[in-house]
Design a protein around this ligand. Structure first.
Ligand code: FRU
Length: 478
């Protein structure tokens, strides 16, 4: 281990050790950083029978800062081990942040592709000058220990006509070749996704650039490709998209372009469909675990103007639960991974007609089937379903957030994963999803339903998160 890496490892571990209680808004079943700041999920994969979740992580500050890759792993998506930081900013090529990237699982170990961020001192705008966006590869033989890092591509190696903003490599293997997507900002201020190919995972050739007919924003962050039922979808987080209205009310957009043709050659992108219509959803990443396509997103939003009250407790942000992605025609749908049902405890179930109020646990899985219009209040979060439109308002506990709307035909069912300070709302079997953080005063929850239908509320048990044990005693393979 180089000595800077050793020092950063030690400092990160010390910050984690010194972390105080997370306070009243610590979620029960959403993954949070051990201490400090979290943003994008990175390197999601199932490697040698274990799920690995890496994430953009600043252990030293709750308000963003120098980025590391934090790391947790699990066999069942329920019992997690908090591992030592995986990647530190410890080389001249990633000195100002190990930015987002992805994992490739191979026979001999885990290959992690990421962006090394370097900012030079000087009178630069850091868009066209003063910044390096390096593509690096880190290799771990066992998914825990890092053996080496290698610089693969520098700005000079990317195609011509780009600014210095190129990042977030998503790598996968398909039909015997390796492919990589990267998000980029062109000199004409247009967001694009670059496609690279490689035969040996080390040498990469630019083979295509994916763009919309009309420019859609100035930068596409975190591109990803989903292929389901023979259809391809390009996921991206466009910054600066001029589109307004439902689905485009957050500082940056996040969704998917249905892709006609093949990403490697002739193809065109349809209109961006928001993946999530709530206040907090960004930088999602997908992976195949052998039986399905799973997605995890950051339950947050860059540059959102609100004060997150958890910063007073030294931490900020969480990830969404893992969601299974399926495809219906040219639309994607998302549902919570089935594993989460194992967290369900006590259940109340009732039919309602008119207005009914019940107590609900602070962490719950709420299932509602209904006929026509519905109005639901859950301790300061209100959902109103009228024909054609679903409205989420946060009159209390929103800390500055107000209202989001989503077009929803006829409401048939709702599933709300309601955690202590997070809501993930799956509408009509996941055709539409709204996610948000919210911060009710206490753990008491009052659920008010107005309409006609049937409700079931399960208490949700907390995820188990333990510290990774280097001797492997705390968790034996089952
Ligand atoms: C998206 C993003 C990525 C970048 C990372 C840095 O939220 O801006 O484009 O790699 O976060 O933390």
């Amino acid at each position: 281990m180089n000595s800077l890496r050793k020092t950063l490892h030690t400092l990160a571990a010390a910050a984690e050790q010194a972390a105080g209680p997370k306070g009243p808004w610590q979620p029960d079943f959403h993954l949070v950083p051990p201490v400090g700041w979290l943003n994008d999920p990175n390197g999601l994969c199932r490697f040698r029978g274990e799920y690995h979740v890496f994430f953009q992580y600043t252990p030293f500050e709750a308000n963003c800062g120098l980025k590391f890759w934090g790391h947790v792993k699990s066999q069942d998506l329920l019992r997690w081990e908090q591992c030592p930081v995986m990647l530190c900013p410890d080389t001249p090529f990633d000195l100002h942040g190990v930015y987002s990237g992805s994992a490739l699982c191979e026979e001999d170990g885990l290959y992690l592709y990421y962006t090394g961020n370097v900012k030079h001192d000087g009178p630069y705008d850091y868009i066209r000058s003063g910044r390096e966006s390096n593509t690096l590869l880190a290799y771990s033989p066992d998914g825990i220990h890092l053996e080496w890092k290698r610089l693969l591509l520098r700005n000079e190696d990317y195609p011509a006509g780009l600014t210095r903003h190129v990042r977030d490599p998503k790598v996968w293997k398909q039909e015997g070749r390796y492919y990589m997507l990267q998000g980029a900002r062109t000199e004409e201020e247009e967001g694009v996704a670059l496609v690279f190919a490689s035969g040996d995972r080390l040498h990469w050739e630019h083979i295509n650039t994916l763009r919309t007919e009309e420019p859609f924003g100035y930068m596409w962050e975190c591109p990803d490709l989903v292929e389901l039922n023979g259809r391809q979808f390009l996921l991206a987080c466009p910054q600066g998209a001029a589109k307004q209205g439902p689905g485009f009310e957050n500082p940056y957009a996040c969704g998917y372009f249905p892709l006609s043709g093949d990403f490697r050659g002739e193809c065109s992108l349809g209109e961006l469909v928001p993946l999530d219509w709530g206040f907090d959803f960004y930088a999602p990443q997908t992976f195949l675990d052998g039986k399905r396509c799973l997605l995890t997103g950051w339950l947050g939003m860059p540059d959102a103007e609100y004060t997150n009250p958890t910063t007073a407790y030294g931490w900020q942000h969480c990830l969404t639960v893992p969601r299974e992605v399926t495809c219906a025609g040219d639309r994607l749908q998302m549902q919570p991974a089935a594993e989460l049902e194992a967290l369900r405890g006590e259940r109340q179930e009732w039919t309602f007609s008119g207005e009914e109020t019940r107590e609900a646990p602070a962490a719950s899985d709420i299932l509602i089937t209904c006929e026509g219009s519905l109005s639901l209040d859950l301790s300061g979060a209100c959902l109103r379903a009228e024909p054609g439109m679903l409205t989420l308002t946060l009159p209390e506990g929103g800390y500055g957030r107000t209202v989001r709307t989503a077009p929803v035909g006829t409401l048939r069912n709702l599933r709300i994963l309601a955690d202590v300070s997070a809501l993930e709302i799956f509408v009509n079997d996941g055709e539409t999803v709204l996610s948000t953080r919210w911060y009710p005063e206490d753990r008491r929850r009052e659920l008010v339903l107005r309409g006609t239908g049937r409700a079931a509320v399960y208490e949700m048990k907390a995820l188990e998160v333990t510290r990774w044990d280097p001797d492997g005693k705390s968790r034996r393979p089952e």
